[in-house]
Write a protein that binds this ligand. Structure first.
Ligand code: HEC
Ligand code: HEC
Length: 249
């Protein structure tokens, strides 16, 4: 089949949208700057990076609601969190198919590694900031917040994961609540919304110039880290709380 899709330059994009102001007005109506989502339609995406299209604060509570909703619809935690954020970010972010993050469910198709909600939310952050500083700054804080915060928020059936691993997160939740891992659905649904919302909050704060990291590495881990990650031992990598898995020495 003939490849019809072409990538527009930023300039073409603005011209075809009738200027930035008209484009933004259109975006506000839900009519969209880009080609319609009709089957077979090609969508001309503007040149990346797209940070400039994140130009108004995100509705944090809408992100929370959509994250839980998409999890509930069977998208999984990673796709659910990513999809909630790109939907609220709007165009052109929402033209990236959310299925790209589907693998993240259960910490990577149930391998229990990085929590999928964190993974999906971080992917959306990365889509906004690309190689810019915002990616590392926000994702770092999201990982640290997730590790230290009783989740899901606003329920008594919550638990602190200790690190960003799905494995530890679920295990600690089962321990704290007496529930079975197989009963985690409603919990992971709410958590997906909370994590996506937290990423939205951090993006809003960074944009407003009010972002302040609040979860520094503990003194204990810092000591291990300074020797083992790039220090005199220089033999591993990571910022997770070491005591979750190792004895000191
Ligand atoms: C003063 C530097 C230093 C500090 C601080 C330090 N380590 Fe080590 N650690 C070493 C060295 C050197 C070794 C032995 C060589 C190696 O395995 O790299 C070692 C070995 C280890 C090993 C390998 C298994 C073992 O016991 O031999 C683990 C795991 C480990 N350290 C974890 C930690 C943790 C967790 C902390 C913080 C609670 C920590 N280390 C603090 C320097 C340090
Ligand atoms: C989620 C669990 C987990 C956390 C958290 C963790 N580690 Fe590890 N670490 C492991 C595993 C698993 C291995 C591989 C052990 C093996 O294969 O014997 C390992 C290996 C190591 C080794 C080499 C051990 C050896 O026998 O030589 C060092 C050193 C180490 N970790 C240090 C750290 C430090 C320092 C931190 C904190 C910054 C940390 N780890 C956090 C799980 C963890």
């Amino acid at each position: 089949m003939e490849e019809k899709k072409k990538v527009l330059t930023r300039r073409d994009f603005l011209v075809s949208a009738g200027g930035a102001a008209a484009g933004l007005a259109l975006a506000g109506t839900g009519l969209g700057l880009f080609a319609p989502k009709a089957e077979g339609a090609t969508i001309d995406l503007p040149e990346y990076p797209w940070e400039q299209y994140f130009d108004k604060p995100l509705d944090v509570e809408k992100v929370r609601e959509l994250g839980a909703q998409y999890y509930g619809e069977g998208n999984g935690c990673a796709e659910g969190a990513f999809r909630a954020l790109v939907e609220v970010l709007g165009e052109p972010f929402n033209y990236v198919p959310s299925q790209v993050m589907n693998f993240g469910k259960g910490g990577g198709v149930a391998w229990g590694t990085l929590c999928g909600a964190v993974n999906g939310a971080a992917a959306a952050v990365s889509l906004v900031y690309g190689r810019g500083q915002g990616t590392a700054v926000i994702v770092n804080e999201l990982m640290a917040w997730y590790s230290a915060t009783a989740l899901p928020l606003n329920t008594t059936e919550s638990s602190v994961a200790g690190n960003p691993l799905c494995h530890a997160s679920i295990a600690n939740w089962c321990k704290a609540t007496g529930k079975k891992s197989s009963e985690r659905g409603p919990r992971c649904k709410a958590l997906t919304g909370d994590v996506a919302a937290q990423a939205a909050l951090y993006m809003n704060q960074l944009q407003a110039g009010t972002f302040v990291p609040a979860f520094p590495m503990s003194e204990e881990t810092k000591a291990c880290f300074d020797c083992h990650v790039g220090g005199m031992a220089d033999d591993t990598l990571g910022k997770m709380d070491c005591s979750g898995c190792h004895e000191g020495h």
